[in-house]
Design a protein around this ligand. Structure first.
Ligand SMILES: Nc1ncnc2c1ncn2[C@@H]1O[C@H](COP(=O)(O)OP(=O)(O)OP(=O)(O)O)[C@@H](O)[C@H]1O
Length: 787
């Protein structure tokens, strides 16, 4: 990277060259050359005065002066022009804004390849002109809220008075949402297959569960078929419905909703087979009998092959929830296998007890998806027969209504904004936003930060909780030492448990980086490489939390999860596809509630993503706002009442340097940061082909990006050998983490393996260049985990 040192401070020794030696500037545009020339002149003057102050023993000499005495000098003294990027700041500002960019830790490191980059200089500028109209857009009515037309009730949709009363009184659901109004009557009355398409947070789960419960509860399996003689369905009456979802988390969530509904029809029994427990227990559950089964495709296939007790001859509903994700995770083969087996078994077994009451005469397949992409259509082809397409009709005055068929939008009430943040400022801009969001209790209760890969999630978790983690680790270490001392005196007990409970290994810790004394925020981390038990408990803790909480996670939490009271979604790393974006931001603004989302983009090509963001609006993007980076930093780091002062720049710089020192002081921290950086770059290469012109790894400024990982290494020297241990180091293992144990067969169908730079691109020349770039900068980690 020839241009990786632009605007950097190096801990080189002072050159013998007189400070006022004129420098020749070549290359770049005339404006750049002029800026660089002025900048160099100004810096020379500044350094000369600092040196004077340092050598004259001026009592006001600050840290910079002492750093200079020790031989640190601003690398901009030997200016190099940015190769491709335009310079944002005028040179005077560049130097005056960063008087504190020298670091004590740099003195200690003795690493000649270490670079202390100045935060605020030589950052590329944004090309996007903000349309003031956008910021003045009027608020929009919620699009996924329960209907308030006064005539739509659950009873009017065909649900029994018992079920409707349960929804109203026990679950406090007063009226159906638009998609529930469209789906429930259809599935209650008709036996056709159905494709349900609706935006995030619109209540699709209840839309398919309620008709199933309604019909099973009203269904009779033949008068003699149960011990109670009332003809009602009992657990032994047979398995009537199978619901497939792509992840364990989603299965658990569906199961929880199901259980809450079944409280009013307690004779219907539901259960799950999703792995994470002994297969023996799952088999025992199946043997006892279930009427509704929630499962992941891999595990269900396994039981269909190996569990005699699983009788699917009575199955009347097969629901495929989150269809697009099922296909993305490569479950096509497993689903095809399940569909075929269901067909075969129902033909092989003797005719089931004649359906009576309201059970369907045939197997009804319901496919749910927020999108209607090609792969969802393919899933429809293999599973649906003459299906009805159930969706919320766009209103007549909907300008982009025609798009609804093959596309989907974000909830109308969601307030989306973007910030164009130069790579070097990313980390401080993230912490600034979080500081501001949690400045006082109540403004934001829960936020989710989406990050591209598991290593980077771990790094950011540690950065934001480092004070708490370090304090805890120190306490554990001293307790260990005390115990070791005691053990010398006491006879050693073999039974004594070893205390490995370092908070650093934990998934929940106080977010000291953006908590205040009045507003303590707990940070949670979630990704596919964590053990299942940790994933489950972390998610449950985040969902349950009544206190301010932040979840930093990969896309493992982007689909279908219904986490209460999330008011802010931050896409710190842009999503891998537009659909991912809509699913991520859909974790907020659910069921008519308000919510806001912010995405970080780099100046340059990534600004092209703004057009894609606009597409997720019904009004063409008039409500999309731009957040100014300086404003974000000022609000996060600035002292109240200083007005136009620049104290926030110094504070942001101090914060950044403190994190850099923390990273450097412990080899484990350094390795974690390097690993996160590497994984981030590898993940960057896996954006969908259609968006790779926007997220082009060839345009990533790796030197500047390293700063966002608190690294002072030159990009080419960042090498981490050895991959994460465990099964996430394989593609199949990565899928297992997200889904269920036996999904290897499914993985074969996976077209886009995120995080795997070996994925062929549509452009072979581009792919070769991309790989070369990755090879140049990446170490020998064969895989990394997106989770
Ligand atoms: N009729 C209703 N009234 C009020 N809240 C509702 C209603 N129906 C569903 N909800 C609530 O809306 C939230 C979102 O529901 P659900 O998870 O089913 O949405 P979804 O459409 O499946 O979203 P996603 O596409 O993100 O999975 C849940 O908290 C649910 O309890």
């Amino acid at each position: 990277m020839e241009d990786s040192n632009d605007g950097l401070l190096l801990n080189f020794s002072i050159s013998d060259r007189p400070l006022n030696t004129p420098t020749n500037f070549r290359g770049g545009r005339w404006k750049d050359r002029l800026n660089a020339k002025y900048g160099a002149r100004y810096r020379q003057k500044k350094i000369a005065s600092r040196l004077n102050a340092a050598t004259s023993g001026n009592p006001n000499t600050n840290e910079q002066g002492s750093d200079l005495r020790k031989g640190h000098i601003d690398a901009n003294d030997t200016p190099r022009l940015a190769k491709r990027q335009r310079v944002e700041d005028p040179p005077q500002q560049a130097i005056t804004r960063h008087p504190t960019t020298f670091s004590r830790s740099a003195e200690k490191t003795e690493n000649p390849r270490q670079i202390i980059s100045s935060l605020f200089s030589f950052n590329p500028a944004s090309n996007t002109v903000t349309d003031q109209e956008q910021n003045d857009a009027t608020p929009t009515e919620p699009s996924n809220a329960p209907l308030v037309d006064g005539i739509s009730t659950f009873t009017s949709l065909g649900l029994s008075p018992t079920l409707s009363a349960h929804l109203r009184l026990k679950l406090e659901l007063k009226a159906p949402t638009a998609i529930q109004k469209a789906v429930i009557p259809e599935l209650v009355k008709d036996d056709s297959d159905a494709f349900i398409q609706a935006e995030t947070g619109s209540g699709k789960t209840l839309a398919y569960l309620l008709p199933i419960i309604q019909r099973i509860s009203a269904g009779k399996t033949g008068s003699a078929s149960n011990l109670y003689g009332d003809g009602r369905v009992r657990r032994g009456s047979g398995l009537f419905a199978i619901i497939l979802a792509p992840t364990r988390e989603l299965c658990r969530q569906i199961s929880t909703v199901l259980e809450s509904l079944l409280r009013c029809v307690h004779w219907i029994v539901a259960g799950t087979v999703i792995g994470g427990e002994k297969k023996k227990s799952e088999k025992a559950r199946l043997r006892k009998g279930l009427n509704i089964l929630v499962a992941t495709p891999g595990r269900l296939m396994d039981h269909l092959e190996n569990t005699e007790a699983l009788d699917v001859s009575n199955v009347r509903w097969l629901v495929l929830d989150e269809g697009d994700r099922l296909m993305e995770l490569g479950f096509e083969a497993a689903i095809l296998g399940i569909v075929e087996r269901l067909e075969k078994r129902s033909q092989l077994t003797k005719a089931p007890a004649p359906p009576a009451g309201s059970l369907p005469n045939r197997k009804v397949t319901v496919l749910c998806s927020a999108t209607m992409k090609m792969d969802v259509q393919r899933l429809g082809e293999i599973s649906l027969k003459e299906a009805v397409h159930l969706k919320v009709s766009p209103s007549d005055d909907d300008e982009v209504g025609a798009r609804f068929d093959d596309d989907f939008s974000a909830p109308a009430q969601l307030k989306q904004s973007y910030a164009i943040v130069p790579a070097k400022l990313r980390l401080v801009a993230l912490v600034a936003v979080l500081k501001r969001a949690f400045i006082r209790r109540g403004s934001v209760m829960k936020a989710i930060i989406f990050i591209s890969c598991a290593d980077s999630v771990d790094f950011h978790f540690q950065i934001f909780c480092r004070h708490a983690i370090d304090a805890e680790n120190n306490a554990v270490s001293s307790a260990r030492e005390d115990r070791a001392g005691e053990e010398k005196r006491l006879p050693v007990s073999k039974e004594e448990p070893t205390d490995d409970k370092h908070i650093g290994m934990s998934t929940i810790a106080p977010a000291t980086a953006f908590s205040t004394p009045d507003n303590r925020v707990m940070l949670h981390r979630l990704h596919g490489s964590l053990p299942q038990s940790a994933r489950t408990s972390t998610l449950a803790a985040f969902a349950r939390s009544k206190d301010p909480a932040v979840l930093v996670c990969t896309d493992v939490a982007s689909r279908g999860l219904d986490l209460p009271n999330v008011d802010f979604v931050i896409e710190y790393d842009p999503p891998f596809s537009k659909d991912d974006h809509l699913h991520r931001v859909g974790r907020t603004a659910r069921a008519g509630r308000s919510g806001r989302a912010l995405i970080y983009l780099l100046p340059g090509d990534e600004e092209g993503y703004i057009e894609i963001l606009k597409e997720s609006y019904r009004d063409g993007g008039r409500g999309l706002r731009r957040s100014n980076t300086d404003e974000l930093l000022k609000k996060g780091f600035g002292s109240p009442g200083i007005g136009s002062g620049k104290d926030w720049e110094e504070k942001a710089t101090e914060w950044q340097l403190e994190v850099e020192r923390w990273t450097l002081e412990d080899p484990k921290h350094l390795e974690m940061a390097r690993r996160a950086y590497q994984s981030h770059v590898r993940a960057y290469a896996t954006h969908v082909a259609a968006e790779r012109n926007i997220f082009d790894i060839k345009n990533l400024h790796l030197g500047h990006l390293a700063k966002a990982f608190a690294l002072r290494d030159k990009p080419g020297s960042i090498k981490i050998s050895g991959a994460r241990g465990g099964k996430e180091t394989t593609k199949a293992g990565r899928q297992d983490n997200d889904t269920m144990g036996k999904s290897q067969s499914a993985s074969k169908g996976n077209k886009r393996q995120r995080g795997n730079p070996d994925v062929p691109t549509t452009d072979p020349a581009g792919a070769a260049k991309m790989k070369a770039k990755i090879r140049e900068h990446m170490a020998s980690v064969s895989e990394f985990n997106i989770g």
